[in-house]
Design a protein around this ligand. Structure first.
Ligand code: HEC
Ligand code: HEC
Length: 278
């Protein structure tokens, strides 16, 4: 999985880049002890101790997510509903011409998936892009664009409350393994892996934030720090930048592999999109 990395594609704002800096200077010290303990500790996988990031938030934010009139992500869902019905591209077809809303029930909870006539997985945004290209003959939407996120949020909303259910497709296995390898690999100037934070140190505080277990239950999410809706990719890019690794370009297969792994790891947990996060 060779990918070219380009700094220029990072849409991260300055505050996003800076946020962890003070805490991260101390991190190797803070984590060294707990990391050693985790290594020596017993296997915890026997009982289900998984928590959504939702459970790590304060009551006010949980309420904001649960209340459709307060959840800012719902504005994108509404916009997505309008786009859903709007003809686009040279084919002048709307999503609604080919799909009923009811058809979308459960779809987001089982992506990434491998489309017909393909051998590699795509995530929900990738699936929407594929329909635009092949069925609407429309241009690709820019990553993190309002329209793409709104369509994704509208589709994802139809799976709210359903269990995350990755497809039972053996062809996904190598991608899941690749995602897991990335998850466990130390990287960046801080030489940290995702697992060191999200498995070994989940529940601890970093720069005043509780480190969540990194379950992709709520995507796309409205993140207060972004003041906008964002995709799981954007979240992963933030974490990469946080450990001073270079974020992969948006189209990199690495993200989809990570997403396949993370959705498998969260299998059975309820889907919450559009989630709210601090
Ligand atoms: C230095 C610790 C650290 C590392 C390493 C790290 N993250 Fe995170 N991650 C965080 C923190 C803290 C948050 C909570 C949000 C924030 O930044 O304030 C978070 C949030 C997340 C979330 C969002 C969970 C939710 O509830 O929406 C996901 C998913 C995630 N990380 C995945 C990853 C992956 C994949 C990697 C490896 C590429 C990684 N993280 C590396 C600290 C880390
Ligand atoms: C001209 C018809 C057509 C249009 C227009 C169209 N699609 Fe599709 N879409 C399809 C077909 C056919 C499939 C199934 C392909 C497959 O099974 O691999 C599909 C699959 C999907 C899936 C995956 C469903 C699943 O069960 O895995 C999603 C999500 C989706 N479309 C969303 C959209 C959205 C959002 C739009 C509008 C931006 C759209 N589609 C426009 C024909 C269309």
């Amino acid at each position: 999985m060779k990918v070219s990395r380009s700094k220029s594609q990072s849409p991260l704002t300055l505050p996003e880049r800076m946020r962890w800096r003070p805490a991260l200077a101390l991190l190797p010290v803070v984590f060294a002890a707990s990391f050693a303990m985790a290594q020596a500790g017993a296997d915890k996988s026997a009982s289900d101790t998984r928590r959504s990031g939702y459970q790590d938030m304060g009551a006010a934010l949980q309420k904001m997510q649960d209340d459709d009139t307060a959840n800012p992500g719902m504005l994108y869902v509404q916009l997505g509903e309008q786009l859903w019905a709007k003809p686009a591209g040279a084919a002048s077809k709307a999503c609604a011409d080919c799909h009923s809303v009811a058809d979308m029930k459960g779809v987001a909870a089982r992506y990434p998936a491998i489309p017909e006539n393909s051998d590699r997985p795509i995530d929900l945004e990738g699936r929407i892009q594929l329909c635009r290209a092949s069925h609407q003959q429309a241009e690709r939407l820019a990553p993190e664009s309002r329209d793409l996120l709104s369509l994704a949020a509208f589709v994802a909303r139809q799976s709210r409350g359903l269990p995350i259910a990755p497809p039972d497709d053996a062809r996904l296995a190598p991608f899941r393994s690749e995602g897991e390898a990335i998850y466990r690999r130390r990287q960046g100037q801080l030489n940290l892996s995702c697992a060191i934070c999200h498995d070994d140190n989940a529940g601890k505080k970093l720069a005043g934030v509780t480190i969540p277990q990194a379950h992709p239950t709520g995507y796309p999410i409205y993140r207060l720090e972004w003041q906008a809706l964002g995709s799981l990719k954007r979240r992963l890019r933030n974490c990469l930048v946080g450990i001073r690794a270079e974020a992969y370009p948006y189209e990199a297969v690495d993200y989809v592999a990570l997403e396949v792994f993370l959705m498998g790891r969260a299998k059975g947990m309820p889907f919450e999109a559009p989630g709210v996060r601090p």
